[in-house]
Design a protein around this ligand. Structure first.
Ligand code: DGT
Ligand code: CA
Ligand code: CA
Length: 575
């Protein structure tokens, strides 16, 4: 119920913004945000304590509580129905187009009657959009590009959207008494940033029971195929899941085979043949004798190489390195000692409370330090801080650190910021203020479509600023929505190395920026990296694992990632 309601509230906020209504949209957004993170169902809360108890939920005032009750009783909210009728647009589709916000969607509907993606594409192709006020030739081109981009990525899903859902399914399978072991396979196990379909492997001696349970799970909308030991389904979320049930003896070889990648497997099979063996999903054989199959480790060992971590299995040289016994010792989630990219929305007045929440999470993660890095002046919509506010925050955090020390808590809060790199490479906030912080992140948040030369110069200038320690989400991409910025990455790496600037691996599953390939390039160039979550609420600190898996896919070791170090050593990496 909470998710359904929060989606409705979010949509209402969009509709109201379309109409240019002030304040009210923010109230709906706040309510939606709070509902999303609420652990108890609102229906239950209402049952327990009526409308009064609903009003006790943070962010829910009298009018929001009334709407929740209306929905609980009638499964509708009249105001929402009215708004939908007035502007019957497919919000899901249109908001998926990068660059389109509520205001523009409203104008497109009112002037051209555009309700969905298809109509938007037609209008853009027929040059009907450029002449609308506030749009222009460039916006029209951008819309077409964004639609193209969406089409290209169709059919693949973000790791961050699939993994939580598959984890739930895997837990259900693991609960069956017939099931001994469950594992993910395929691109999911390799932690690719996007997933075609999810692959799950199970050990069981009663495959039929497992298959029957699997195809009858709630949320299954289609059964593509169902046999005695395997099944393939589509979930209502739109993606497919393949399940294979195996006997214990061949689980290792099946896991190896179905983890892929296909390219990795082809080379591995060749090596098996050269050694006089045969490798298949059923095992590693010498003639008709099975010499390995129960575990993956055994198979790699018998093939004369190091065990290769799933994230490396892309046929990018990992096999040769494993034969030479020089496989990288990849970093793990446990190695991370802190998260330095946390937003507190200081200006909303909820900063102090959020910092306390981040501290709670950090303790759970076993971190030694965290860093608060709010946006600065330029990002007015994000309530960017000016010099004075930044110094107030600094004082507040200093006080907090003293308090933590008194209660013998080892956690240390660093005071940073995420300054905006302006078009000319300067910062949106004075160097004097930046110099007073523990560290400074700088990122590009505007004019992302600059030409390659200018963008390269822009970032280089920022890296040469002695106050800038970290460049956040360097390529500025949003997966399946916004393409990467163009710049000369080799030049950036050279200057990063020379100036000791750290590049961020942004762990948000919508960004994963640097990506795996660029992590590897940075490592080769000897440039240090940091894995940050860019959390805007405490729950997002859990996204660290996505950053770590991308770093692993980029062959990163502890020595490459500065937040694997203790605070004392970390400080040495700051300029
Ligand atoms: P995806 O689903 O597109 O994100 O990528 P994968 O890697 O999960 O691919 P998928 O689901 O088609 O197959 C899972 C694994 O099974 C794949 O990584 C390797 C193995 N596999 C599937 N088909 C073949 C094949 O024709 N030859 C070989 N060698 N391996 C295959
Ligand atoms: Ca797959
Ligand atoms: Ca598959």
């Amino acid at each position: 119920m909470n998710q359904k309601l929060s989606q409705i509230f979010r949509n209402m906020a969009f509709f109201l913004k379309m109409e240019g209504v002030a304040f009210k949209p923010q109230a709906y957004e706040k309510a939606a945000e709070n509902l999303e993170t609420l652990s108890e169902d609102v229906g239950e809360i209402y049952k327990k304590g009526g409308v009064d108890l609903l009003e006790k939920i943070p962010g829910i005032g009298k009018s929001m509580a009334t709407r929740i009750v209306e929905y609980l009783k009638t499964e509708k909210i009249k105001e929402y129905e009215k708004l939908k009728k007035k502007t019957p647009v497919n919000l899901d589709e249109l908001l998926g187009v990068e660059g389109l916000g509520p205001k523009k969607i409203g104008i497109l509907y009112k002037t051209l009657g555009i309700k969905n993606l298809k109509e938007l594409e037609n209008a853009a192709k027929n040059h009907k959009i450029a002449s609308l006020s506030g749009f222009g030739e460039k916006t029209e081109q951008n819309i077409l590009q964004a639609i193209e981009f969406r089409k290209k990525s169709k059919g693949r899903f973000l790791l961050g959207e699939i993994l939580p859902k598959i984890s739930v399914i895997m837990a259900k399978l693991a609960d069956l008494k017939e099931v001994e072991t469950v594992s993910e396979a395929g691109s999911l196990r390799r932690r690719k940033e996007t997933i075609g379909d999810a692959d799950i492997l199970v050990i069981s001696s009663k495959p039929q029971a497992v298959i029957d349970f699997f195809v009858k799970m709630p949320g299954v909308v289609k059964i593509w195929g169902k046999g005695p030991t395997k099944a393939s389904i589509r979930l209502k979320d739109g993606f497919d899941v393949d399940l294979r049930v195996l006997a214990k003896e061949s689980f290792g070889s099946a896991l190896q085979y179905f983890t892929g990648s296909k390219e990795h497997n082809i080379v591995l099979r060749k090596i098996a043949i050269e050694k006089g063996y045969k490798l298949s999903e059923y095992g590693l054989f010498k003639g008709s004798k099975k010499i390995a199959g129960e575990s993956e480790k055994e198979i790699y060992k018998k093939l004369g190489m190091d065990y290769i971590e799933p994230e490396l299995r892309e046929n990018q040289g990992e096999i040769n390195v494993a034969i030479k016994r020089k496989s990288p010792k990849l970093i793990g989630l446990k190695d991370i000692k802190g998260d330095l990219h946390l937003h507190s929305h200081w200006n909303d007045g909820i900063g102090p409370q959020m910092i306390e929440q981040y501290i709670g999470e950090a303790k759970k993660c076993g971190y030694e330090y965290i860093g608060i890095s709010d946006h600065t002046k330029f990002l007015a919509i994000e309530h960017g801080l000016d010099e004075k506010q930044l110094m107030e925050q600094r004082k507040y955090i200093d006080k907090f650190n003293k308090k933590l020390k008194i209660v013998n808590c080892k956690l240390k809060i660093l005071c940073g910021c995420e300054a905006n790199i302006m078009a000319d490479g300067s910062m949106d906030i004075s160097d004097k203020a930046l110099a007073k912080l523990d560290y400074v992140i700088a990122g590009v948040h505007s004019q992302l479509k600059m030409n390659k030369n200018e963008m390269t110069k822009r970032i280089i200038k920022a890296m040469r600023n002695p106050n800038i320690d970290i460049i956040s989400h360097p390529f500025g991409r949003i997966l399946q929505r916004r393409e990467e910025c163009e710049f000369d990455f080799d030049k950036i790496l050279k200057v990063a190395k020379e100036t000791g600037t750290i590049l961020e691996i942004n762990a948000s599953p919508y960004r994963l920026d640097l990506n795996d390939v660029n992590v590897r390039k940075a490592k080769k160039a000897g440039v240090k990296m940091i894995i940050n979550t860019d959390a805007h609420q405490k729950e997002q600190m859990n996204l660290m694992e996505y950053g770590v898996s991308q770093a692993r896919r980029g062959w990163a070791e502890k020595s490459d990632i500065v937040n694997c170090h203790s605070l004392e050593k970390l400080n040495k990496f700051f300029k």
